[in-house]
Design a protein around this ligand. Structure first.
Ligand code: PCA
Length: 211
């Protein structure tokens, strides 16, 4: 028996020099139980751009919703395309403070975890579908070593021991074009790309969505 796939989507708040985080806007627009995605049960959360807090918020959202798939989104300042992140690295290492004023340099995230996790989202399918629909998209081998990588590593670590497979991963989007000097993407276009991504993840048949 298959049931409606539950997909958790997350974005991040503004941070550092990013006054408007498109992924927070995305989450507010999609909202909980979005009717845009018929046949899917969608829950959204906006995570604080802070190493510890975002993990607490993610765990609370996962515990409450028990999703079948988790897609986390963040903004990449210099991205010109949707960036499908392949590897989460077991390291926090950024000179930029998080929103709790914490700077982490060369700190291992989980001492008992592997050096990296590979995203379990269907990245090839997402790439193909975005390309087909005309969106700029590229693969990226890692999501940096700041808060986005931190949450990416955390969810992969959490689901690595789950009783059933829960596809999980991280995708970077560009800044909103009007707030950006040399890169960026129109908000409507980012939103449309996210629709394609969510649909693709929701369409993946198999184990994950079996009751
Ligand atoms: N981007 C940052 C953190 C929050 C966000 O949206 C990053 O790439 O780490």
């Amino acid at each position: 028996m298959t049931r409606t796939p539950r997909i958790l989507l997350t974005g991040f708040t503004a941070f550092s020099s990013i006054a408007v985080n498109p992924t927070e806007r995305l989450m507010r627009r999609i909202g909980d139980g979005s009717r845009e995605f018929s046949g899917l049960s969608i829950r959204t959360a906006v995570l604080e751009t802070a190493y510890d807090r975002c993990v607490q918020q993610m765990d609370a959202a996962v515990d409450a919703f028990r999703p079948d798939a988790v897609i986390t989104f963040g903004v990449h300042t210099r991205a010109k395309a949707i960036q499908l992140e392949r590897f989460a690295l077991n390291i926090d290492d950024a000179e930029v403070p998080d929103n709790a004023d914490e700077i982490r340099l060369g700190m291992v995230i989980h001492p008992d975890g592997p050096a990296a996790y590979l995203s379990t989202l269907p990245l090839d399918r997402i790439y193909r579908n975005l390309k087909k629909a005309g969106f700029p998209v590229r693969f990226s081998n890692h999501a940096g070593a700041y808060v986005c990588n931190h949450i990416f590593y955390h969810i992969c670590h959490r689901f690595s021991t789950a009783a059933r497979p829960v596809p999980a991963g991280f995708i970077h989007v560009p800044q909103i074009a009007e707030s950006e000097l040399f890169a960026g993407m129109d908000m409507e276009k980012i939103m449309a790309a996210v629709r394609v991504i969510v649909r693709t993840v929701g369409d993946v048949p198999g184990e994950a969505y079996r009751a």
